[in-house]
Design a protein around this ligand. Structure first.
Ligand code: ADP
Ligand code: ZN
Length: 363
C-alpha cells in the first residue's frame, strides 16, 4: 500500500515516510525501502503493548535483520523519566549497540517520547523508528520531532528535537486500545481541524459513527489528513517561533486543568475542555457565532470528551493557566478561533475574559 505513504520533511531535502497500514505485514519492506535492512534493532515497548504486539514486530524485523532485541518497561506516564532512560542506556551498552543501531518505539506517546529521547542522546544520536499504537500517538507524535521525558513533577521538562527515520502505523492496533484513550486522540484530532481546516473538522464530526466503529478506511483517511495538516504547520515553523504555537489550541486552559486534577483526567480530555474554553472566549469576542460555539461543543460531546470539569475553583484555574510555560513576556499566549477552521495567536486576553471562559467549563 505504498501509495498511501505520506512524506514528511526531516531536514534539508531529507524526508521520512509515514505508512498508514492495517497490519504489520509491510513493516519489513518499509524498513528495507529506507535502506535500514541488516542493522541492529532494539524494540522499546511497555508492559501493556509488548504482550500484544512485540512478537509480531520482532518477527517482521527478523526478516531483514539477524539482530533484534527488546526492552520493555512498566506502562504508565510515571515511568517516562530519566530512570527508565538510564535502564535503556545500560541495556544498549551491554548489547554493544553502536551508532548504526536503531530503536523501534512500539507503543503510545509515553514509549514514543522516551524512545525518541534515548535515540536523540545515545552516542549523540542514533536512528529511530516509530510504531505508534495509540490514536493520540498516531496523530500527534508521529509528526514534529518532539521527544522527551518528565523530570520530577515537571512534564516534558527534558527533551530534544529528533526526527524518526520512518513511522509505521498499523491502525488496527487501536482496536485493543481502552476506549478512553481513543477519545483522547479524538480531542487532538478535533483540535487540528479547528486550527486550520474546518472541512476536516466537519468530516470528523459528520462521520462519527464509522469512526467510532473503528472502520479502518475511515480511520486511515482521518489520521492521514491530521498528520498532513500537522506536518504543514511544523514544516513552516519547526522550532515553534510562530505558527506552530497554533497547535496549542485548547492546551492553555487544558494544561491547567490537567495539573489541577493531578493527571486524573487524561491529556486529550483536558484538551477537549480547553477547546470549549477557547471557543467560549472566541464567542465572547464575536469571533465565533453561537451556532459555531455549539457545533464545537457538540463535536467534543460526540466523542465522549467532557465539556466541564468538577471540583475546581475558578481562581485556581486562572492562576494555573497564567503559570503555563507558554507565556509571552508575562502575557498569556492564547490561541483563539476566528470561525471554525481558523485560529490565531493572541496575547491580549484579560483576566476577566479568561475567568468568564473558565466559569463556562466548571461544573
Ligand atoms: P498516549 O500518550 O499516546 O496517550 P500512552 O503511552 O500513555 O499514550 O498510552 C496510553 C495507555 O494505553 C498506556 O497504558 C499504554 O500502555 C496503553 N496502550 C498503548 N497502545 C495500546 C494498544 N494498542 N492496545 C492496548 N493498550 C495500549
Ligand atoms: Zn496535546
Amino acid at each position: 500500500m505504498t501509495e498511501q505513504r505520506l512524506l514528511v520533511k526531516r531536514e534539508g531535502d531529507f524526508h521520512y515516510p509515514i505508512y498508514f497500514e492495517k497490519d504489520f505485514s509491510g513493516l519489513a519492506q518499509a524498513v528495507k525501502d529506507e535502506g535500514l535492512a541488516g542493522r541492529r534493532f532494539c524494540i522499546v515497548s511497555d508492559t501493556n503493548v509488548a504482550p500484544i504486539y512485540a512478537d509480531k514486530v520482532e518477527e517482521s524485523l527478523k526478516e531483514i535483520s539477524a539482530e533484534v532485541f527488546s526492552f520493555v518497561f512498566e506502562a504508565g506516564e510515571r515511568n517516562k523519566n530519566l530512570d527508565t532512560v538510564q535502564e535503556l542506556y545500560r541495556i544498549l551498552i551491554e548489547e554493544g549497540m553502536d551508532r548504526k543501531g536503531i530503536l523501534v518505539a512500539l507503543g503510545g506517546g509515553v514509549v514514543g517520547d522516551l524512545t525518541g529521547f534515548c535515540a536523540a542522546t545515545y552516542l549523540r544520536g542514533i536512528d529511530f523508528i516509530q510504531v505508534p499504537t495509540t490514536l493520540l500517538a498516531q496523530v500527534d507524535s508521529s509528526v514534529g520531532g518532539k521527544t522527551g521525558v518528565d523530570f520530577q513533577q515537571y512534564k516534558n521538562m527534558v527533551g530534544a528535537f529528533h526526527q524518526p527515520r520512518l513511522v509505521y502505523m498499523n491502525m488496527s492496533t487501536v482496536e485493543t486500545l481502552p476506549p478512553k484513550e481513543f477519545t483522547c486522540g479524538m480531542g487532538e484530532i478535533l483540535k487540528t481541524g479547528l486550527i486550520c481546516d474546518g472541512e476536516f473538522f466537519r468530516f470528523v464530526t459528520g462521520n462519527a459513527d464509522e469512526i467510532k466503529k473503528l472502520d479502518l478506511s475511515m480511520l486511515s483517511k482521518m489520521i492521514r489528513r491530521c498528520c498532513e495538516i500537522k506536518a504543514g504547520v511544523v514544516e513552516r515553523d519547526p522550532k515553534e517561533q510562530g505558527e506552530r504555537a497554533l497547535l496549542n489550541l485548547g492546551h492553555t486552559v487544558g494544561h491547567a486543568v490537567e495539573k489541577l486534577k493531578d493527571f486524573r483526567l487524561l491529556h486529550g480530555q483536558c484538551v477537549g475542555i480547553g477547546l470549549v474554553a477557547a471557543a467560549y472566549l472566541s464567542l465572547t469576542r464575536g469571533l465565533l457565532t453561537q451556532e459555531e460555539y455549539e457545533e464545537i461543543r457538540k463535536g467534543c460531546a460526540l466523542y465522549e470528551l467532557p465539556l466541564v470539569v468538577e471540583g475546581l475553583k475558578e481562581q485556581d484555574v486562572l492562576a494555573a493557566t497564567k503559570k503555563d510555560k507558554k507565556m509571552d513576556q508575562g502575557r498569556i499566549k492564547f490561541i483563539l478561533m476566528d470561525g471554525i477552521g481558523k485560529s490565531f495567536i493572541d496575547n491580549t486576553v484579560s483576566d476577566e475574559e479568561l475567568l468568564a471562559a473558565v466559569r463556562e467549563i466548571l461544573a
